[in-house]
Design a binder for this molecule. Structure first.
Ligand SMILES: *[C@@H]1O[C@H](CO)[C@@H](O)[C@H](O)[C@H]1NC(C)=O
Ligand SMILES: *[C@@H]1O[C@H](CO)[C@@H](O)[C@H](O)[C@H]1NC(C)=O
Ligand SMILES: *[C@@H]1O[C@H](CO)[C@@H](O)[C@H](O)[C@H]1NC(C)=O
Ligand SMILES: CC(=O)N[C@H]1CO[C@H](CO)[C@@H](O)[C@@H]1O
Length: 916
């Protein structure tokens, strides 16, 4: 969270408007020296040349020297074939003046290499093949072409904009700066910010001078670019090179009252982009933790001229996308995912950076948060009111005020005097607690954490080598240097139950403010010339500070439980790989319809960038939602993976029981939908961990060749079987829903089971009770329809199977269950069951017959949507129950057929046959 009121008190440096984002606090590309320099790069076919007479070819890679002829500097160049249609390009200086930073900690281990085959070699060109993909590397002009099969899909340096600023000694002011540096060296006169830079009252000393890198990547034939979270923007990335838009900026920042419809940076940065066409999708991921800006030019957006037209194919192409990635420092470590589908490319990315491990079941339930629940009685009262009004609730949250004076790992001695008893009360009703722990540490003598950090040298240093001090919630603060393994080890130990006294095993964590947020720092963060472990400047590692923070917390929670319980952590700052440790949310949004609308594309962008576990503060963090907005926010939040209400300290209380009966009923219905579908969410998270497929998906993911869905981001798919079109506009009496898949596809409204063909846009009548959500024909959805006060109490509850038939009268679906909290599933203690329906017969089988888990959960109902006519009864056959007759009934309109009480265990193998 972030409040302007306190900002005024703490900081004399920042003048902050209360109304909306203060643009003056944040740089435009034009105010950033490296972005300005790189964006001005002119195409050059002659500057870089690959030395093909100096080529090392191994089983999986090719290495050579890339020569900057103008500056006479040699770079190491390598291209490596990886498994799953992935290539990796690496470029670094051979003899840099200082080592250049290479990211650690983001990848999920060392990528697995694949065999590479030399196809052809000439004086100027070398062709290689790996799997079905071909790569052509050209020496002069330096260029790399990627082919999926025979189709050219991606070009590195197709426009000749590649630019690698080698490190150099600072020219003395007297001599001419450019004498032996070539025109790549920015001249002081050309760019006054190259060797040191001011922004507002902040000075960046840039001890290593200019060291930026620009990468030019084109996608012939691509219609849309997606990805590059986090931005308050639509799912489909816009052209930034014509008109007034800045490039998409990736720099983790705590932006007060962030705006929408903008390319400005906010809390997280994931430098992965997907280029999509009806025929294929490719992805690129620049493994680089420095500040980055990305220019996008989509030929569909009007008068954009591109040199690629002539360079690539010699004839005009109707659609293509050019991108230019600009990073302040580091090396080129670029992954290219050749798909060929979006599904493949997303999985290829997940293979490199890892998937989120399945969360505990409770984490998918409903979370109630506020800045702040005042004291123990307040917590107790809120929970009691939830129970009294029959609202399910899994987790209560405590924001910063629970601490003793913003000293983390302590409790306010008056308001939270019995934290353990408070948690035992929560545990007794099946609930958990989440408390906040931020990375800034109060500089107060006597505070154990501050004293430990000073004594052991655990803090980030300023440019002069002294401990860095900034302002944050506690006032004067210093920041733990999580890049130091000793600091992570120490920090993770702080979560031990006997260290963080007052916590129980049912207390989980929220790591906020970890961009890091520094109220009086440049752009509300840490100065770039601060120094971290290993002598790296903050500039080199900024975007992974939060990743390392959550890494240490994750380790702490694991150790706390003797590696038994899956940690739950919510983070605000994030980078590629953060999904392995934490869920994220879209930060400090506002109670506006627009923020509700953008919560969907923002989470979709995160999902294809590996961060499936995403949500937005229900009701909006700032300001007060009216009743309609609040209920719509609940109805929308049901269909996003992370489901939490949260609000600013100055807002009115908004717990659901405070509203009129009508509103309460609608919120309760929304919660009921969420809890009924928890088995679906849980199964999807299991499948995500195994396959890397995102849990929520844009329509283009499953309908890649339907150009009508390319810009749809007010609808989403939960897995492949649920289509939701949340209502994010006020006062509507109808909305258009786009039904994909073609005339043969069927979509069933999940409430009245009315079927719709997949033949495009249909106007759907809307009331305040109505949210258009559909099951796809051909799917079997497993639900738990009994409403309880918490998900932890539903473990043995019976299932209802919703069998949504396709036009062939068939359907399939899967269910995953385990003990819902431990790692026993990694020892095959789980059930993964496939259900099949074909022409009147429902059967099941174990997808993984070696796995087992004992459960008393049973099937209480089977509901067939789009059923055959004239069914009189059903017959159940199972080993345990033998043969049994079951009663059936149609609903009034014959849209569904319910088979009553099969009463067979969910783990039993059975057959149910419909009888005429
Ligand atoms: C290219 O590599 C060869 C073999 O190592 C070397 O002799 C030659 O000088 C290199 N060319 C340039 C321009 O550096
Ligand atoms: C725990 O619950 C009991 C019984 O409702 C209540 O009396 C007590 O105050 C609660 N303790 C805390 C710390 O909330
Ligand atoms: C329907 O059945 C026909 C014949 O068995 C098959 O060719 C077709 O692929 C099926 N369609 C679907 C959507 O399953
Ligand atoms: C996190 C969670 O849902 N835990 C529950 C898992 O199921 C057991 C019953 O088998 C409950 O006791 C846990 O509370």
């Amino acid at each position: 969270m972030y409040t302007s009121v306190r900002l005024f008190i703490f900081s004399s440096l920042i003048v902050c408007t209360v109304k909306a984002v203060d643009h003056n606090n944040f740089k435009t590309c034009d105010q950033s020296s490296f972005c300005r320099r790189l964006r001005a790069t002119k195409p050059s076919d002659t500057k870089y040349e690959l030395n093909l007479s100096n080529l090392q070819i191994s089983d999986s890679s090719i290495e050579s020297e890339l020569i900057n002829k103008e500056a006479d500097v040699s770079l190491k160049f390598a291209i490596t074939a990886l498994v799953d249609s992935t290539f990796r390009i690496f470029i670094d200086e051979i003899k840099p003046l200082h080592p250049r930073y290479q990211v650690e900690g983001a990848l999920n281990g060392e990528p697995q290499v694949a065999r590479l085959e030399l196809l052809d070699r000439t004086n100027n060109e070398i062709s290689i093949k790996s799997g079905d993909n071909k790569v052509v590397i050209k020496a002069q002009p330096f260029k790399i072409e990627f082919y999926s099969g025979t189709k050219l899909v991606t070009i590195f340096n197709g426009r000749g904009l590649f630019n690698f600023e080698h490190l150099r000694a600072k020219p003395s002011t007297e001599e001419s700066a450019d004498a032996d540096l070539g025109d790549q060296a920015p001249k002081e006169s050309e760019d006054p910010g190259a060797w040191s830079e001011n922004f507002k009252s902040h000075h960046d000393s840039k001890p290593r001078g200019p060291e930026a890198i620009g990468i030019d990547i084109s996608f012939p034939d691509a219609h849309r670019a997606y990805g590059l979270p986090e931005h308050g923007d639509h799912f489909s990335l816009r052209t930034t090179t014509s008109g007034s838009l800045d490039p998409y900026r990736l720099y983790n920042l705590d932006v007060f009252e962030y705006e929408l419809d903008t390319t400005m940076a906010i809390y997280g940065s994931i430098p992965v982009l997907y280029a999509h066409s009806p025929q294929h999708t490719v992805g690129v991921f620049w493994h680089n933790a420095a500040e980055m800006w990305v220019d996008i030019t989509n030929s569909k957006d009007g008068n954009v001229v591109s040199s690629i037209v002539s360079l690539v194919s010699g004839h005009k192409q109707d659609v293509h996308i050019d991108t230019y990635f600009m990073s302040e420092s580091g090396v080129v470590d670029l992954f290219v995912f050749l798909g060929p589908t979006m599904q493949n490319a997303a999985q290829q990315y997940a293979k490199i950076t890892g998937a989120a491990p399945i969360p505990q079941y409770f984490a998918l339930g409903y979370h109630q948060s506020r800045w702040n629940y005042n004291d123990e009685d307040d917590v107790q009262m809120v929970v009691e009111k939830f129970d009294e009004h029959n609202f399910p609730l899994d987790v209560m949250w405590l924001d910063i005020e629970y601490t003793d004076g913003k000293k983390y790992f302590t409790w306010d001695p008056i308001k939270f005097k019995h934290p353990e008893a408070m948690q035992l009360n929560l545990t007794a009703t099946g609930r958990k607690l989440v408390v906040i722990i931020d990375p800034h540490i109060k500089r107060e003598s006597g505070y154990f954490l501050h004293e430990d950090a000073l004594a052991n040298n655990y803090y980030v240093k300023n440019k002069d080598g002294n401990v860095y001090e900034g302002w944050c919630w506690p006032g004067s603060s210093s920041y733990l240097d999580f890049f130091d393994p000793k600091v992570r080890e120490y920090y993770s130990g702080l979560y031990a139950l006997d260290k963080f006294t007052g916590t129980t095993k049912d207390a989980y964590l929220w790591n906020d403010m970890n961009e890091p947020s520094v109220f009086n720092g440049p752009e509300v963060t840490m100065p770039k010339d601060c120094v971290h472990y290993g002598d790296w400047e903050h500039r080199h590692v900024h975007n992974i500070y939060a990743l390392y923070h959550t890494m240490a917390t994750f380790d702490g929670l694991l150790k706390r439980s003797g590696n038994q319980l899956r940690p739950f952590i919510l983070t605000r700052g994030h980078f590629a790989g953060s999904q392995r440790y934490s869920a994220m949310w879209t930060g400090d949004n506002a109670a506006d319809w627009s923020h509700l609308t953008y919560s969907i594309p923002m989470c979709l962008s995160e999902a294809i960038a590996g961060m499936s576990f995403c949500g937005a503060d229900i009701g909006g963090f700032f300001k007060n939602p009216d009743e309609e907005l609040l209920q719509r926010w609940f109805q929308t939040g049901v269909w996003l993976p992370f489901f939490r209400m949260h609000s600013h300290i100055d807002t009115k209380r908004r717990e659901p029981y405070l509203y009129s009966t009508d509103i309460q009923n609608r919120i309760r219905n929304a919660l009921r939908q969420r809890y009924a579908h928890l088995p679906v969410w849980y199964t999807l998270f299991h499948e995500h961990e195994v396959t890397g497929e995102p849990v929520i998906r844009p329509l283009a993911y499953h309908y890649p060749s339907d150009v009508n869905v390319f810009d749809i981001d007010n609808q989403l798919l939960v897995g492949s079987s649920i289509l939701a079109r949340p209502i994010t506009e006020s006062g509507v009496s109808s909305v258009n829903v786009y039904f994909p898949g073609g005339a043969q596809e069927r979509w069933y409204d999940i409430e009245d089971f009315k079927p719709y063909p997949g033949s495009g846009s249909i106007s759907i009548p809307i009331t305040l009770d109505k949210v258009p959500v559909y099951y796809k024909g051909a799917s079997i959805i497993l639900r738990k329809d009994r409403l309880r006060r918490a998900s932890t109490l539903t473990h043995d509850d019976p299932f209802t199977l919703y069998v949504a038939l396709d036009h062939n009268n068939s359907a399939q679906g899967r269910l995953y269950i385990d003990d819902n909290e431990s790692y026993e599933y990694r020892k095959k203690k789980y059930l993964y069951i496939q259900f099949n329906y074909k022409e009147g017969i429902l059967t099941n089988n174990l997808v993984d017959p070696d796995a087992s888990y004992t459960t008393s959960a049973w099937i209480e109902r089977v509901v067939i949507l789009g059923p055959p006519a004239g069914v009189k009864r059903a017959k159940l056959e199972s080993k345990k129950l033998g043969v049994q007759k079951l009663q059936v009934s149609y609903d009034g309109e014959g849209r569904s057929l319910t088979i009553r009480k099969p009463a067979v265990l969910i783990s039993d193998i059975f057959t149910i046959t419909l009888e005429q």
